[in-house]
Design a protein around this ligand. Structure first.
Ligand code: UDP
Ligand code: MG
Length: 328
């Protein structure tokens, strides 16, 4: 069998107040990647997302024992997606793997992810299956992905986690997306590239508590909805058109009284008042909707996302375009 390519692999792990489990997590992770380390260069980058407990001190202990460990200390708690971004920005390897530091993402999967990458995939996503999550979280997650699937403009794998492998070109693409409101699952889906989904059974936390409260989940959901769908902006337009239809229906209704000679049944002033009310409502809502459409365009422009991403160029291009192009 041909000798596989030696890869530089970065594993990025964001941590927030995980002092009780970080040592155990690190032990399990290093055990799981020991075989991989014989064939590839693996570095682990812990991002301490402004922990208020002793996570930072625990990490320093790990780094003194293991030269393959880097620690990024953020200046305060910026949140999971920002911490992941910090880790992605500091990754220098051929591939980067992001995973949670609470033991819920089984590190045994890493070997399989790397094998899939060597087989030609640029993105290896993971998907939770048959997890014994609380029913509430499972339902809200399913409903959320269904909603996003119907109103969003990017196909996002349901029940996917922030546990994934990204090859260098995808990482470069993500680095060009400097939007402030980040939903990495969506951004990775937007980038495309050859993608494969690896199912996994989520484990229980090693200890500690989940950092995503109900409010946190709702915030992430809102972030995802508003940054991957412009449908909410168009709601006013739809309501405005609804008012317009009602105004037309009112005209038909009133005319029907005149045609059948029953106009004396109409209360004086009612027809004109209703008509004005509906027309003014329609005009207002339609103008708000139009403003919404322009705001949506501005929203997409200010993100400065690349207009396209190139995976490869085949044939004899003398001057092939850069792998990625920006709008500017
Ligand atoms: N985390 C983080 N910053 C935060 C919240 C969470 O870095 O503000 C880390 C956390 O330490 C864990 C991962 O992100 O390693 C996922 O968080 P959690 O397990 O609480 O989320 P859940 O599994 O409930 O989605
Ligand atoms: Mg977790």
């Amino acid at each position: 069998m041909a000798q596989a390519r030696r890869l530089a692999i970065d594993i990025v792990v964001p941590l927030y107040n995980e002092e009780s489990i970080v040592a155990e997590f690190h032990r399990q992770l290093t055990d799981a990647i020991a075989p991989l380390r014989r064939e590839h260069d693996v570095r682990i980058c812990y991002v301490n997302d402004g922990s208020l407990d002793h996570t930072g001190a625990e990490l320093l202990k790990l780094a003194t024992d293991d030269p393959g460990v880097t620690i990024l200390e953020l200046s305060r708690n910026f949140g999971h997606q920002a911490a992941l971004t910090a880790g992605l920005d500091c990754a220098r390897g051929d591939v980067v793997i992001t995973m949670d530091g609470d033991g819920q993402h089984p590190p045994e999967l890493i070997g399989e992810m790397v094998t899939l990458h060597l087989a030609g995939y640029d993105v290896v996503l993971t998907q939770r299956v048959a997890a014994d999550l609380p029913r509430f979280k499972r339902w809200t997650s399913a409903a959320f992905y269904r909603l996003l699937g119907s109103i969003g403009n990017t196909r996002i794998t349901a029940a996917s986690a922030d546990y994934r492998l990204l090859a260098r070109p995808v990482l470069e693409a993500l680095r060009q997306m400097r939007e402030y409101h980040r939903f990495l699952r969506g951004m990775v889906a937007w980038a495309g590239y050859r993608t494969v989904v690896l199912p996994y059974a989520e484990r229980a936390r090693l200890g500690g508590t989940a950092k995503y409260s109900l409010g946190g989940m709702a915030r992430l959901g809102a972030e995802a909805t508003f940054s991957f769908s412009l449908v909410p902006l168009k709601i006013a337009l739809v309501i405005g058109v609804g008012f317009l239809v009602l105004a037309a229906a009112e005209v038909v209704y009133v005319m029907s009284f005149f045609f059948t000679g029953r106009q004396h049944l109409l209360a004086p002033g009612w027809s004109s008042l209703m008509f004005m009310l509906l027309i003014v409502g329609a005009a207002l809502m339609i103008s708000v909707g139009l403003v919404g459409i322009y705001v949506g365009y501005i929203f997409q422009e200010v993100k400065h996302r690349p207009v396209y991403l190139i995976r490869t160029v085949h044939g004899n291009a003398d001057d092939p375009p850069a792998r990625t192009e920006t709008t500017q």
